[in-house]
Design a protein around this ligand. Structure first.
Ligand code: NAD
Length: 330
């Protein structure tokens, strides 16, 4: 019997894991995030399963190891929230490298269309029987240039979707794909030539605040910025400033650098402490979804089956194909 303690579990996690599990697993779902204060709940479990906003730092790793936890199973692809260097040799880490890249790429396009065709405004208007079209003018995607940063699983699907709309695609990747028909350019060319910029690279020391004062300076006036990857790829204060100065035409954010304090929770009726997030949300040309891009039936089922498969393989074969191996700078 593999005993797994889940942290930051939501109704949709519980439903998808319960409907994909077998008798070999004992699952316990905790609503709380995994922190130094809550790590004690993992006592007696072989595996701890976490999501994107659980911070697995040195203290948490020490506590889990001291309590006999043998495996950290991320039910997500990104692992920037784990101190991998410290975990190395103490607590093996496995992840779900791909659950539905389509879900994320399609959400990016949904955000883009919503924003530039003012659907978020029109929806509210017609609900109130206001059928005026004033200030709802958008622009065609056809013929526009989109700059894609990161051409992995999600970036490539997004590129294909954009091609379907007749857009010109420019791309940048630290490790460009060989034998592909993707037109790679420098990062500076992405900033200078794109009408729309979409981020699909991981968050690393190198990509932290890749959208900053200097890169925004190089961008076209009116550029639309999409981020469905990780919040800290963008310096949020620079984004806010760029929108106020009318340099940035719109922003579509599924992620936000300080999201761990707010996303996945209901704060309606509360006072939000984060002034940058509150101001961003107040702009008519900013759309925020709360790390929702992955949330499709298909992705949830894949997350559950891959996570349970990772646990089983780790304990039966003493290895896991989806182990996150620590490499300096990964
Ligand atoms: P992937 O590993 O398939 O692709 C990432 C690409 O980024 C690779 O081609 C890699 O070479 C490139 N890259 C690495 N370092 C780079 C750098 N410094 N500059 C530019 N490119 C660089 O990953 P993926 O499955 O396509 O996912 C991309 C990101 O999407 C993940 O890292 C994760 O942060 C995010 N994500 C978000 C959600 C969501 O719900 N919003 C869900 C899944 C993944």
């Amino acid at each position: 019997m593999y005993k797994i303690a889940f942290f930051d579990s939501k109704e949709y996690d519980i439903n998808s894991f319960n409907s994909n599990t077998t008798e070999e697993f004992e699952l316990k779902f905790f609503e709380t995030k995994l922190t130094v204060d809550t790590a004690i709940l993992a006592q007696g479990y072989d595996v701890v399963c976490v999501f994107v906003n659980d911070a697995i730092n040195k203290d948490v790793i020490d506590m889990l190891v001291a309590q006999g936890v043998k495996l950290l199973a991320l039910r997500c692809a990104g692992y920037n929230n784990v101190d991998l260097e410290y975990a190395n040799g103490k607590l093996p880490v496995v992840r779900v490298p791909a659950y539905s890249p389509y879900a994320v790429a399609e959400h990016a396009m949904a955000l883009l269309l919503t924003s530039i065709r003012r659907i978020h405004k029109a929806y509210i208007r017609t609900k109130d029987f206001n059928f005026s079209l004033n200030e709802l003018t958008g622009f065609d995607l056809h013929g526009k240039t989109v700059g894609v940063v990161g051409t992995g699983k999600i970036g490539r699907i997004f590129i294909n979707i954009c091609r379907g709309f007749g857009m010109n695609v420019l791309a940048y990747d630290k490790f460009p794909a060989k034998d592909s028909d993707i037109k790679y350019v420098t990062l500076d060319e992405i900033w200078e030539k794109s009408d729309i910029i979409s981020l699909h690279c991981p968050l690393t020391d190198e990509t932290y605040h890749v959208i900053n004062e200097e890169s925004v300076e190089k961008m076209k006036k009116g550029v639309v910025i999409l981020n469905t990857s990780r919040g800290a790829l963008i310096d949020s204060k620079v984004l806010l400033d760029g929108i106020k100065k009318r340099k940035i035409g719109a922003a579509c954010l599924d992620v936000y650098e300080e999201e761990s304090n707010v996303f996945f929770n209901n704060f309606s009726g509360h006072i939000i402490e984060d002034d940058v997030l509150a101001r961003l949300i107040s702009f008519p040309n900013v759309i925020v979804t709360s790390h929702q891009a992955f949330l499709t039936r298909e992705a949830l089922a894949n997350i559950a089956t891959t996570t349970l498969g990772n646990v089983k393989q780790f304990f039966t074969e003493n290895k896991c194909d989806n182990e996150v191996v620590y490499k300096p700078n990964n």
